[in-house]
Design a protein around this ligand. Structure first.
Ligand code: PBG
Length: 322
């Protein structure tokens, strides 16, 4: 045998030398859930180790993440039912929870990168990402609402706007609204290939944002489809996106690779709530070793993700698993 691949695996030094993919703190965006009130930190039942923070505690959490080198955060609000309506009007309330949280994080930690979520669901009395009329999600009436939300978030200090709604044409509409309002420097991380997935369940528990009727299949993609991701990505590039996101991540590695191979924009992957819950539950039961977490994140990066949104971000750094 002239070729013995095992020679390159014979010692830790050599294994490290030939390692092709590395994870760094700078790869991660840490999603954080926020809730109104004071000194609150309530655990999400289906996501052990993940909490809803009131703004005071959110700032403490951000500070402890920054110390670990974790500098990017994606914020999601949990709102009381009484604040929700058909048009998601609470999303542009300057004194509302979400915009206040963005302002506070940027005021206290200007070095932090704040990613904000654009979609109607946390604020919608219908629990859908778009405007509902006669039981249908109406695309074009949603665009204005999303654009107003984006501009309000940019005003509050958002560094990156992340539309997670999957309406057609929203990236261009949001880009133009941001530019008209002077926010040419605010980036758009588009949820390009967001699938109608059962893996979002724990997130909807965290935010109490499950749809009040029906499902999200008329706007989120069919998990059976791959080519459709190319259509979405082509449009997002044309419309002015700065990042293309695939969501979920671990069961969609082929989609991550497909976009990485076909587009030059950075690719983000969202390792979603259900993927987090799955591995945590198995570790809690002693059925899986915690090493599974870093392996999973490594595989997402190996597939082609430049950026990983993951609820594991803080624990992998705290425990030095990477
Ligand atoms: C909603 C949104 C969802 C997630 C991020 N933004 C849920 C959904 O589409 O129903 C899911 C994130 C996760 O599961 O971790 N716009």
């Amino acid at each position: 045998m002239l070729q013995r691949p095992r020679r390159n695996r014979k010692s830790q030094v050599i294994r490290d030398m030939v390692q092709e993919t590395h994870l760094h703190a700078s790869d991660f965006i840490f999603p954080l859930f926020i809730i109104d009130g004071k000194n609150l930190k309530t655990e999400v039942a289906s996501m052990p180790g993940i909490f809803r923070y009131s703004i005071d505690n959110l700032l403490r959490e951000v500070e402890s993440c920054l110390k670990l080198g974790l500098k990017s955060f994606d914020l999601f609000p949990n709102l009381e039912e009484s604040l929700k309506d058909k048009t998601a009007s609470e999303s542009i309330n300057e004194n509302g929870l979400y915009l206040r949280a963005i302002k506070e994080v940027k005021a206290n930690f200007p070095e932090a990168c704040v990613v904000t979520d654009v979609a109607m669901d946390p604020y919608s009395s219908d629990g859908h990402d778009g405007f509902v009329e006669n039981g249908e999600i109406v695309n074009d009436k949603t665009l204005k609402i999303l654009a107003d939300m984006s501009v309000a978030q940019a005003k509050a200090g958002a560094d990156i706007i992340a539309p997670s709604d999957m309406m057609d044409g929203r990236v261009r509409y949001i880009r133009e609204a941001l530019d008209e309002n002077g926010f040419t420097n605010v980036s758009i991380m588009s949820y390009t290939a967001k699938y109608a997935s059962a893996f979002y369940g724990p997130f909807r528990d965290a935010l109490n944002s499950a749809p009040k009727f029906g499902d999200k299949k008329s706007y989120q993609m069919n998990p059976a489809n791959q080519k459709e991701a190319l259509i979405e990505a082509t449009l997002d590039v044309e419309e002015g996106a700065d990042f293309l996101m695939v969501k979920p991540a671990t069961t969609y590695l082929d989609i991550i690779k497909l976009l990485k191979d076909n587009f030059d924009l950075p690719i983000a992957a969202y390792n979603v709530s259900g993927e987090y819950a799955m591995v945590k539950a198995a570790i809690e039961r002693g059925w899986l070793d915690q090493k599974a977490i870093a392996e999973k994140l490594m595989c997402i990066k190996r597939a082609g993700a430049d950026v990983i949104l993951t609820y594991h971000a803080k624990e992998v750094l705290e425990n030095k698993w990477i």
